[in-house]
Write a protein that binds this ligand. Structure first.
Ligand code: UDP
Length: 314
């Protein structure tokens, strides 16, 4: 099997490259390194079945040779990142999806779109099943990500229905684990970094908003099962264990043994009040559910961050 992974040097993309190499696939990693990092795939470069190409997939994608699978994972995905790169975020969701779908069609390859729980916006239904159409502010600051992914889903379904491309759509909920950037700006990297260096832990709003955190290996196992399935409609993959952000901050502080205080900052605009996947469908059609507890996943991520910080220390 030969796969192209857009965003292959990102947090999820690099784990996906590894997973497919372990399954003896040939992997072509495409990334423009706007939010991804070559250090995430540096250890894979000597692998005979791995190749890295510096490419912006919002422009025409050039891939010589046959392909069995195209996996579209390229996009800024942390709220501060897509606020910093709003146009690139819209372009990679729209043009990048169009180009990668075109690539899959030309190569007669299977296609998987990395979509997001952000398609549900600030949901008025909880937990969120795939049948929920969402509650998104198209012109708010998060709209650049939410709408580009909603468009990407529509385009993927159109290529499936009108061109017969063999597509899959995964709606990814909050995921964490090694290779998140220390300065990525999401809740867990912020909290871990702050606790480790002794800065105050910044909780936005009153911290009563909820999220549900899935460990990266669980997410990847679900995505691989979806790829192997025949399901074309969007499928939620995430961990349904819901926790308030304040409780999450307290758990991180306790894990690190930090004495630093928790401070409250203003809630960003349109920040979803709750997010929890309904994974009934994934359980039923993929026989998948997450296995790694929050305690275990946090411990592994903590160890990664501690090591990274030690490496970057002067
Ligand atoms: N958050 C926070 N402090 C931070 C970073 C994030 O309280 O330093 C909150 C954020 O407002 C949101 C939740 O944590 O309610 C999860 O944010 P994240 O950026 O991880 O991703 P999101 O789920 O919003 O896409």
């Amino acid at each position: 099997m030969r796969a192209a992974i857009t965003g292959g040097a990102g947090f999820l993309g690099s784990h996906l490259c590894e997973l497919l190499l372990e399954k003896d696939w040939e992997v072509l990693c495409l990334d423009n390194l706007v939010t991804g990092s070559d250090s995430n795939v540096a250890h894979l470069l000597p692998h005979p079945k791995f190749r890295f190409a510096h490419q912006d997939v919002s422009r025409y994608i050039e891939v010589p040779g046959p392909l069995d699978v195209v996996l579209h994972f390229a996009s800024p995905a942390s709220p501060p990142d897509y606020l910093k790169y709003p146009i690139q975020t819209l372009k990679v969701g729209a043009l990048g999806t169009h180009n990668s779908l075109g690539l899959a069609m030309a190569k007669k390859a299977r296609y998987l779109l990395a979509s997001t729980s952000e398609c549900y916006g600030d949901p008025q239904v909880s937990p969120q099943p795939e049948s929920y159409w969402g509650h998104v502010n198209p012109v708010g600051p998060r709209g650049v990500y939410d709408e580009s992914k909603r468009y990407a889903e529509a385009l993927t379904m159109a290529y499936h229905r009108y061109h017969g491309v063999d597509t899959r759509i995964v709606r990814i909920f909050n995921t964490y684990g090694p290779r998140m950037r220390l300065n990525d700006g999401r809740a867990l990297p912020n909290f871990l970094y702050q606790a480790l260096v002794g800065e105050p832990i910044t909780v936005y709003g009153d911290g009563k908003q909820t999220r549900s955190f899935c460990y990266v290996s669980d997410l990847l196992a679900g995505i691989y099962k979806l790829l192997e399935s025949n399901e074309h409609e969007p499928t939620n993959i995430g961990n349904p264990q819901e926790i308030t952000i304040l409780e999450f901050a307290e758990r991180v502080r306790k894990l690190v043994g930090a004495k630093t205080p928790i401070v409250f900052h203003p809630l960003p605009q349109d920040d979803p009040k709750q997010r929890c996947p309904d994974i009934t469908k994934a359980r039923r059609i993929l026989n998948w559910e997450p296995k790694v507890s929050l305690e275990e996943g946090l411990q592994r991520t903590y160890e990664y961050f501690r090591e990274k910080l030690a490496q970057s220390a002067p």
